[in-house]
Design a protein around this ligand. Structure first.
Ligand SMILES: [Ca+2]
Length: 276
């Protein structure tokens, strides 16, 4: 009888988990780009294509392999093509992040080269709204760029950024009590984004960021506390999304790519590595 109860419990548990695959460690895979047709589950769109002469579907979003590992390379257009202002890629998360919950998102990132301008993150909008609003589709987000922002006193230098009202802010090296350094091209960084999707009134709609990688961060450390969700919609987080931008035709800033691998999510605060 006890065995039957155990089996019933297991069946109920498996159906409650749906089709997603949760590892023993608690991590749920969003994508590691190792499947046969990894881009099949992604939506790619260029909703502000100002290339001139016109290039259709200018974004470069492709899976590449290196040393037996596949990853996503994303850039707004091929080298020399300018005017693709919003090269959007998005994928539905395997589980929703309900309002009131804290989840940890994990991603590995590597800069192909600077100059570039990339934003990635997680949001509550549906695909139609994401493509209409793009940047306003994000809630917790990360930004990689060395472009010049009028809103900031110093030119960006490629240091990882977070959304901090009313604009963005750079991560900080608390261990050495100084500004963090620009991301090193060709180094993989592991990044943990602890997203607090409780309502604002409960202190939520905020996120913390941890990083490990490059010469600067040989061990994991917290590099930002209390970054702001961009829109604070107080809605379930449903999508991973990213966008990048060549800059305007008359003042382009560069098509350097960003590489993505090992997108995972986990309930609560989880600071282990899902791939080790
Ligand atoms: Ca991979």
């Amino acid at each position: 009888m006890k065995t039957l109860k155990n089996q019933l419990f297991l069946i109920l548990l498996m159906s409650a988990m749906g089709t997603h695959c949760q590892t023993d460690s608690g991590w749920i895979k969003i994508d590691d780009f190792e499947s046969n047709n990894p881009l099949k589950s992604w939506t790619l769109a260029d909703p502000q294509n100002e290339t001139n002469p016109r290039v259709e579907n200018p974004q470069v979003t492709e899976v590449r392999s290196e040393n037996g590992n596949s990853y996503l390379l994303k850039k707004p257009a091929a080298d020399g093509v300018v005017g693709n202002r919003k090269a959007v890629s998005l994928k539905r998360l395997p589980v929703d992040v309900p309002v009131g919950e804290i989840f940890t998102f994990y991603v590995r990132l590597r800069v192909e080269y600077f100059p570039n301008n990339h934003v990635l993150g997680w949001g509550s909008a549906d695909p139609k709204a994401i493509l209409e609003n793009v940047y306003d589709g994000f809630e917790p987000s990360l930004r990689v760029t060395d472009r010049n922002d009028r809103q900031l006193p110093e030119k960006n230098d490629g240091t990882l950024m977070v959304n901090k009202d009313p604009w963005y802010d750079h991560i900080f090296n608390f261990t050495e009590d100084r500004k963090a350094k620009p991301m090193e091209p060709d180094a993989w960084y592991e990044i943990w984004c602890v997203a607090d999707n409780r309502v604002l009134a409960e202190g939520g709609q905020k996120y913390d960021v941890y990083i490990k990688g490059g010469d600067e961060f040989p061990v994991q450390q917290k590099v930002y506390e209390g970054a702001d969700f961009r829109m604070k919609r107080e809605q379930p987080l449903l999508y991973f999304q990213s966008t990048c931008n060549t800059g305007p035709v008359n003042d382009p800033y560069g098509n350097g790519g960003l590489m993505y691998d090992d997108l995972y999510m986990a309930e609560g605060v989880l600071l282990t590595s899902p791939i080790n």
